[in-house]
Design a protein around this ligand. Structure first.
Ligand SMILES: NC(=O)c1ccc[n+]([C@@H]2O[C@H](COP(=O)([O-])OP(=O)(O)OC[C@H]3O[C@@H](n4cnc5c(N)ncnc54)[C@H](O)[C@@H]3O)[C@@H](O)[C@H]2O)c1
Length: 427
């Protein structure tokens, strides 16, 4: 049982997150008291948001903002709109943001917000009212140097536009740097659309340089054709890899000679299944109906970029790739990771591999604070430089120990937070 805020919360997700921290502290040799501090959020806020529904009736939604740790800088983390999200989940997500921001070398602590709602059930007007209501409820708690939210599951750049507008009205001034991942027309940056996938591709290239002779001609399979999967496939091909297979919930598109990824850039409006179909009809790819077949394609690099828990102990033996780069959050179970480790398969953990989104958020914030905007190429170069540096740091740490790369990443993240807290005199 996780003990948070005087309440015992039964949450497997929070338990797993606390276990990750405990293991990281044990491996790193940091003092055990650090565990007590780093597993407790600095503040937990619960808010209630009344919304007048289209039917005329008032519905009250419950929301949270968990501000976990700000030793390294202002709190930073997304806002999730999901019907089943709990306070315990939000605490776990906030803790993971603290680790992710630390590992990425950003001047940020970690936070996460959530509203218990199924956004698909709301009309556009109801969604706007809820988003503005949530922004009003948390307005006294956030700020461009205090806590900077962004989108997460169930929220997007339009919702950020409503929230930044609502906050600006309250502040009596335009306040662009309080939310990130805004539309390019409203102080956002065009790189955001593909930042996470681009980052995953850069990480794969950096690992290929270290493990082999480079990414050129290496074969790749990508699971998932959503925001992360499609742009990972696109950029990997642009960086010189041969993307031979992509998949979505419906099946796999396979082409031995390598898929034409320009189909991705030329069909931005298409959903995953339609994009898969386009590879078959326009690029002559072979269609395989079983979506799980992607796992066993004979490639050098496998990128799970769809959902969590796809590589498990029952199927880890089928993975033929020698390098797995986690585009999705939590795609490999701990048991599967042990199987892969014993077989010599290198797994680059999510916390390192998919940090491109939050790093792009940081760049947008830096632009907004100075009222300037970098062009697309300049922004991409800055994002790439940070990702390259992060891989180098974790790789170096990993080489020194007989750990998994995930262990090396967690320890690196924890050490940076610990040092900041120690210097501040918090511990
Ligand atoms: N979007 C980001 O910037 C970002 C940043 C960091 C991490 N992530 C993580 O990356 C993952 C994907 O996020 P996204 O934004 O691309 O989501 P998304 O909803 O845009 O796409 C997910 C895709 O996965 C597909 N899918 C679902 N089940 C599948 C299966 N069994 N086999 C193959 N495909 C399947 C879906 O059809 C969809 O196309 C999630 O774990 C998310 O938490 C996303």
């Amino acid at each position: 049982m996780a003990h948070i805020s005087g309440v015992y919360i039964n949450s497997a997700f929070l338990e797993n997150t606390l276990y990750t921290i405990k293991r990281g502290i044990e491996l790193s040799g940091l003092p055990v008291e650090f565990y007590e501090i780093i597993t407790k959020p600095k503040r937990i806020h619960i808010v209630y948001i009344p919304v007048k529904m289209d039917s005329g009736r008032i519905e009250v939604f419950e929301g949270y903002r968990v501000q976990h740790n700000d030793a390294l800088g202002p709190f930073k983390g997304g806002i999730r709109f999901h019907p089943e999200v709990t306070l315990a989940d939000d605490v776990a997500l906030a803790i993971l943001m603290t680790l992710k921001n630390s590992l990425a070398g950003l001047p940020y602590g970690g936070a996460k917000g959530a509203v218990r709602v199924d956004p698909k059930r709301l009309s556009q007007r109801e969604l706007e009212e809820l988003s503005r209501g949530y922004a009003r409820a948390i307005a006294p708690l956030i700020g461009d140097l205090v806590d900077i939210p962004a989108p997460d599951v169930g929220t997007n750049s339009q919702i950020m536009a409503w929230m930044v507008d609502e906050y600006s009205k309250i502040a009596g001034r335009n306040a662009p740097a309080v939310f990130t991942s805004k539309p390019p027309e409203l102080w956002g940056n065009p790189v955001r659309e593909y930042a996470t996938g681009f980052g995953v591709a850069v990480v794969a290239r950096e690992m290929a340089k270290r493990l082999w002779d480079g990414i050129e001609g290496k074969t790749v399979a990508v699971q998932g054709l959503g925001n992360v999967g499609r742009w990972t496939a696109y950029w990997l091909a642009k960086l010189g890899a041969k993307v031979v297979a992509v998949s979505d919930i419906n099946g796999v598109a396979y082409k031995k000679e390598g898929l034409n990824v320009d189909i991705i850039a030329n069909n931005r409006g298409l959903g995953g299944p339609a994009l898969l179909e386009a590879f078959v009809s326009k690029d002559g790819a072979q269609y395989v109906k079983d979506p799980d077949a992607i796992l066993a394609v004979d490639v050098d690099i496998f990128i799970p970029a769809a959902i969590e828990n796809v590589i498990r102990s029952d199927n880890a033996g089928r993975v033929k790739a020698r390098l797995v780069v986690e585009g999705a959050n939590g795609p490999t179970t701990p048991e599967a990771e042990r199987v892969l480790y014993q077989r010599g398969v290198v797994v680059v953990p999510d916390i390192l591999a998919n940090a491109g989104g939050v790093i792009m958020s940081y760049l947008e914030w830096v632009e907004n604070l100075q009222w300037l905007s970098w062009d697309e190429e300049e922004t991409r170069k800055r994002l790439e430089a940070i990702m390259v540096n992060n891989v180098a740091r974790v790789y170096q740490r990993w080489q020194k120990e007989k750990w998994t790369m995930r262990d090396a990443a967690i320890v690196t993240a924890l050490e940076r937070i610990y040092k900041a807290m120690k210097l501040r005199g918090w511990i």
